[in-house]
Design a protein around this ligand. Sequence first.
Ligand code: URA
Length: 200
Amino acid sequence: MIFDTIKQDCLSCNRCSLHEARIGDPVTFSGPTNSKIMIIGEAPGEEEELFSKPFIGPAGEKLNEWLNWIKVSPSSIYITNTVKCRPVNTVGPSKNFTPFKEHIQACNYFLSQEIEQLNPKVIVLFGRTAAQALGFLKPGSNIQNIINTVYTYKGSSLLIMKHPASLLYAKRDPDKYNLLREEYKNGFIILKGLIDFINS
Ligand code: URA
């Protein structure tokens, strides 16, 4: 089974420097390998690395809340990340960082195989890193211009949203939080429309 091969290949990956900081296995994907819907996040965080499963930490909780809101079961979706190893500082306090271009490029070896094999009807990209990986955002350009827009990518409908983790960071600024919440709400309404369409 090709997804088992991708997983096995990923477990022994040393294509970029991120493998040096691994304390567990790389975090591959979760969900059915025949799902019509694929979510691509940025990279695993602490909890994800600990349990080898994407989106099970605080950002995953947010994601589940929104999926439940549109009455879509999180377990029906193929969920993966742009980068499979946790990008974390190895010097000083243990702190996550945004993956660099070379990490994204190295891990594209896996992501491109996943997209090709799954051949989903709908792809959702969460955040700048995923948008950069698939060529929808140049480094330094503004994600605001492309969020909540539906594109076509290799025959799939592709929706770009901000990362659910940004809601967690915005908590201390009520205006920013409310604005972001509205953006998410609109994004998930669009996603619901796409899912209803493919299921009709
Ligand atoms: N957890 C993940 O698995 N991916 C993210 O992008 C963020 C948190």
